[in-house]
Design a protein around this ligand. Structure first.
Ligand code: GDP
Ligand code: IMO
Ligand code: MG
Length: 425
């Protein structure tokens, strides 16, 4: 069984937690896009683990973890994370693999990311994580990027020098500080032996795994509404976090994918700038943020919070072909007297959008249309079986399923590993 798992909203749906749950029944976990902009949290007992680049499957000794070709990888972030993973007591040897086709995020990509963001006027800022993601993908598509495999070549440090010179021209034009080529060479030289043991042809590794009957779990980072093609462009990330990205970012064919699981938070959050139709700027939004602990796992920024948006979820269901939903954070809604679901966006002339419009100016003219349902006002965080849920919580979940399609596969009622109910997967 090969499973693609994707975020259905604007990220931070609880993908890390669900990956950890599904890793039990998988052999290989693969990241296929994004980079250290991701922050995936797994809570085991009292311990909280946050992973950025390394697949969340690393917390299960014996399972293989792959950084696929579609990822942009900052070697410093990776080394820091690998040290952390080892300090937590997990083995890396023989089970952690980096694609030689993956792109490198270099110091100048980070500098350009920050400088470009600073140069954007208010209203046009994206609120990037500052991890160099956009400039690294720009280099890839512009065909002047540096691949992980390049570090194995003798000319690697000369390439660093050339790229610094080029990046400095860009930094000057942005009015930012330039980088020193000698210092960069000094910084990157130790990366060669450090990364070498992990770098391999992961396309070959994944195909051998498939031929040997192993099951692969594809760990999406970011989410559908942050997708460079399908999200709220330009307020998006620079990769394809949607299900199709799992194939292009790993070298595994669509024919090998058996199912797609979408992770859906039972309300909505967004971190960074850009449209958010159901955003709540009132006490209800504050309740969601404090009860849900909605602060970025990568940047610590407070997340914007709002009601569940069925337009977004239905769109995500279609774009990804979601078979099963992993619904998360039901417990966060426990105290509300009533809960709202957005079913459409009404334009001033009365037209109601049932699908997410591509045109953000059109979206800005719209008001969300809400259905209001009674809350359940009791603690669901100790529920261990779906049948024990309060009737109103079941009604809320079922109404969402009616509106968005797909089946319920997993329901999460707390951050910890044990608070995960298996339903239909
Ligand atoms: P990801 O980026 O999709 O992996 O999600 P993050 O880890 O950035 O954010 C999800 C946050 O919600 C983390 O702090 C999780 O520990 C927490 N979480 C996940 N599922 C649940 C849940 O069902 N209930 C509660 N209360 N917290 C959850
Ligand atoms: P996970 O995997 C939430 C957002 C940033 C910004 C935009 C572009 O934890 O769900 P970037 O640095 O990628 O160029 O920033 O995308 N963003 C995320 N928001 N969760 C994430 O990852 C995100 N990764 C990027 O806040 O708005
Ligand atoms: Mg996150």
């Amino acid at each position: 069984m090969n499973t693609v798992l994707v975020g259905a909203q604007w990220g931070d749906e609880g993908k890390g937690k669900v990956i950890d749950f599904l890793t039990e029944e998988s052999d290989v976990v693969v990241r296929f896009q994004g980079g250290s902009n991701a922050g995936h949290t797994v809570v085991v007992g009292e311990k909280k683990y946050v992973l950025h680049l390394v697949p969340s499957g690393i917390l299960h000794n014996g399972k293989h973890c792959v950084i696929g070709n579609g990822v942009v990888m900052d070697p410093f972030d990776l080394m820091r994370e690998l040290e952390q993973v080892e300090s937590w007591g997990f083995e890396l040897k023989g089970r952690f693999h980096i694609s030689e086709r993956a792109q490198m995020v270099m110091q100048w990509h980070r500098a350009i990311d920050v400088a470009e963001e600073a140069a954007r006027p208010v209203g046009a800022k994206i609120g990037t994580t500052g991890r160099g993601i956009g400039p690294a993908y720009a280099a890839k598509v512009g065909r002047y990027g540096m691949r992980v495999g390049d570090i194995l070549k003798p000319g690697f440090l000369d390439l660093v020098r050339d790229q610094v010179a080029e990046a400095n021209r860009k930094l000057v034009s942005l009015g930012a500080h330039t980088l020193d080529a000698d210092e960069m060479v000094r910084l990157y030289a130790p990366m060669v032996p450090a990364l070498m043991p992990y770098v391999t042809d992961t396309v070959q590794f994944l195909h051998e795994s498939l031929e040997n009957g192993k099951s692969i779990l594809f760990e999406g980072a970011q989410a559908t509404m942050l997708d460079i093609d399908f999200g709220t462009y330009p307020f998006v990330t620079s990769s394809n976090p949607t299900a199709g990205g799992a194939c292009t970012g790993s070298g595994v064919s669509p024919r090998a994918i058996d199912r797609v699981i979408g992770v859906l938070k039972l309300y909505t959050t967004r971190v960074g700038e850009g449209p958010f139709p159901t955003e709540l700027l009132d006490a209800d939004g504050e309740t969601l943020r404090s009860r849900g602990g909605e602060f970025g796992a990568t940047t610590g920024r407070p997340r914007r919070c709002g009601w569940f948006d069925a337009v977004v979820a239905r769109y995500a269901q279609r774009v990804n072909g979601v078979d099963f939903w992993a619904m998360t954070k039901l417990d966060v809604l426990d105290t509300f007297q009533t809960v709202k679901i957005c079913t459409g966006y009404r334009r001033r002339d009365g037209f109601v959008y049932q699908t997410f419009p591509a045109d953000l100016d059109a979206l800005a003219q719209c008001e969300p249309v809400y259905e209001e349902l009674p809350g359940w006002q009791c603690d669901t965080s100790h529920v261990t079986d779906y049948s024990e849920l309060p009737e109103n919580a079941k009604k809320y979940v079922n109404r969402i399923l009616d509106l968005v399609g797909g089946k319920l596969g997993v329901l999460s009622v707390g951050p910890a590993r044990e608070t995960t109910l298996r339903i239909g997967v």
